[in-house]
Unconditional design. Structure first.
Length: 342
């Protein structure tokens, strides 16, 4: 008889780095990793799903994410009222034996953390040792204005590792490099899988390729400047990424060394800090969209950073537009990240 996985409910504790991207990133990773699930709840604080795919596959999703703090085994959610918390806690007992710690993240200025923790502790610490440093069970409460979400910590995502990969800590520096967390989100939105080919045709310092390589994608990068290719190689080697190919090439020439790719993630050139060899932006963008459309596999995704919302329609001449996400780079610059499908 074949053993089947038991269905479980999972709680993803979202960062609030962006209004919609954390939510979209989780759903993209679930799709990329072929996780079969039933949606239970979704808002800008948390996503709850039910799945029988197994904890190992959920761990694979967790390892990809940059905009989630924790993935928990979901217990319950209710209003942040001590009596209701105790009532729900009694209905959702913890079977696992061992010591426990009750930890929380409070996103509400109106809810008292102490009252929430005490209500949870009244139920869950009874007849258990409390170990705040190294518990066998870490009970987590995500507190918001409207309700709390309670679960048992399964995985903590590596958000601190993204900070360690910020551009100023890399061997090759450029002030226009994307933040690693954002670069990872863009890679995840492309749905690229481990072992599949990811192309960045404007690879620059290699930030996007680095995040793709760290989830196991095969990498192809190109750039018109030799110094960027050298710097990108230095970056990838520094982080022990080996499965890559780099080419110094104009965007219109990439078809000469690429047959086809599974996904494309790139940040198109913009502003004075980038090199366009004097070419007008609208012409460059049209050539770029044309070139990447020729190498992207059917049904593949291209996630493209644009400096001007008017350029989004240029991509629609070659792809179907799925969505656009606006990100304020600074006061005078808004970036538009468009997700296209071939």
């Amino acid at each position: 008889m074949t053993k089947t996985n038991t269905s479980m409910k999972y709680l993803f504790e979202l960062s609030k780095d962006h209004e919609s991207l954390p939510n979209v990133e989780v759903l993209s990773c679930l799709k990329a990793e072929a996780i079969d699930y039933k949606p239970i709840h979704s808002d800008d604080n948390a996503i709850i799903i039910e799945s029988n795919s197994g904890i190992k596959k959920i761990k694979t999703v967790s390892d990809r994410l940059s905009s989630v703090f924790f993935v928990d085994a979901f217990l319950f959610s209710c209003e942040s009222i001590p009596e209701k918390i105790r009532k729900n806690a009694l209905k959702n007992k913890i079977v696992k034996r061992g010591s426990i710690a009750v930890k929380y993240k409070n996103r509400s200025i109106n809810i008292d953390s102490k009252s929430v923790v005490e209500a949870l502790a009244d139920v869950y610490t009874k007849n258990r040792d409390v170990n705040l440093e190294n518990p066998d069970i870490e009970l987590r409460a995500l507190i918001t204005d409207s309700r709390i979400y309670v679960g048992i910590k399964l995985f903590e995502t590596g958000r601190s590792l993204f900070d360690d990969r910020k551009v100023q800590y890399r061997p090759f520096f450029s002030p226009i490099s994307l933040d690693p967390k954002l670069a990872r989100i863009l890679v995840n939105l492309s749905l690229v899988k481990k072992g599949k080919i990811l192309l960045d045709p404007f690879c620059g310092t290699g930030g996007i390729l680095l995040e793709g390589g760290l989830i196991g994608a095969k990498l192809i990068g190109s750039d018109i400047e030799n110094k960027m290719i050298d710097g990108c190689k230095e970056t990838l080697e520094h982080y022990k990424i080996k499965n890559y190919k780099l080419h110094c090439s104009d965007i219109g020439e990439i078809g000469k060394f690429i047959d086809s790719v599974d996904a494309i993630v790139t940040d198109f050139p913009y502003g004075k800090a980038t090199t366009t060899k004097g070419e007008e932006m609208d012409k460059l963008y049209d050539r770029a969209f044309k070139s990447i459309s020729e190498v992207l596999k059917k049904n593949g995704r291209a996630v493209v950073g644009l400096s001007n919302s008017e350029m989004i329609s240029v991509g629609e001449g070659y792809f179907s537009l799925l969505n656009v996400y606006e990100i304020k780079a600074h006061r005078s610059l808004t970036r538009y990240f468009a997700v296209y499908k071939k």
